[in-house]
Design a protein. Structure first.
Length: 251
């Protein structure tokens, strides 16, 4: 636990310093007397660039890990297979290295994102529901993901959730292109198509296999050695991201 928390704290510091560095660069190149960039504060733009760095590195590494993990691939390509579903909770071949390495990085990123809450682009009442949803997402992830990794309980599901960030990568690019006045550019169109494609393939395409795995081997009804008795019911939270993805996909 100490090692995980230390790693998460290290990455939180890295992301905070990255935000400060980008903000300093924006102040230099945009002029210190121009606090807004097309109506958006420099702190918010720096935060979005920090997000882009996180999403790019973590999502690509997580996607590689997904493809390289035979347990995850079996679960995704053989929907409803009970052996793969049980292995997703805890694999006899050992814990997921990707979960152990990448989860502290994202936990550190989320901590920094919450520390910089004042830099979130909350311009009107319409943006508050999304902010509340993101606050809930960060809070639940900060509580549940470390437990999954430390107890090697459903950690591979966390790796898949990290891979989902590939669509967030293109969404962030679109946001940056919009505030820079390039919403009609070819790059924006390409990024938008990549966002839609990655959302459909990665997020929506993985929903049914995972829901079937939950049905075959429900982690909230399974008690494994080393896992506190109160923890399995909390694993029901794993269903929420997939239901939200289905909702956003239909919307």
């Amino acid at each position: 636990a100490f090692g995980f928390c230390s790693a998460a704290g290290f990455w939180a510091t890295v992301f905070l310093l990255l935000w400060a560095f980008v903000l300093a660069c924006l102040c230099i190149f945009c002029g210190k007397h121009e606090p807004l960039i097309n109506g958006v504060s420099r702190g918010t733009v720096a935060l979005k660039i920090m997000m882009l760095c996180h999403h790019t590195v973590v999502s690509i590494l997580a996607l590689v890990a997904v493809v390289d993990d035979p347990t995850i691939i079996s679960m995704l390509t053989q929907p409803g297979d009970s052996t793969a579903a049980n292995a997703m909770m805890r694999d006899s071949r050992g814990p997921s290295l990707a979960a152990e390495v990448l989860t502290p990085v994202t936990i550190g990123y989320m901590v920094t994102d919450l520390l910089l809450l004042s830099q979130w682009h909350l311009t009107d009442q319409a943006s508050w529901p999304e902010a509340v949803l993101m606050l809930g997402h960060h809070t639940l992830s900060l509580i549940s993901w470390p437990c999954a990794v430390l107890w090697d309980f459903c950690a591979r599901y966390v790796v898949i959730l990290l891979a989902f960030e590939v669509s967030s990568l293109f969404l962030t690019v679109n946001w940056l292109l919009t505030i820079s006045g390039r919403k009609t550019s070819l790059l924006y169109i390409i990024s938008g198509l990549l966002f839609t494609g990655s959302f459909v393939v990665v997020r929506l395409g993985c929903v049914i296999p995972q829901l079937l795995a939950f049905w075959q081997a429900s982690p909230w009804l399974t008690y494994l050695s080393g896992v506190p008795a109160w923890a399995p019911p909390g694993s029901a939270l794993l269903v929420i991201p997939h239901l939200l993805n289905l909702f956003w996909g239909v919307k």
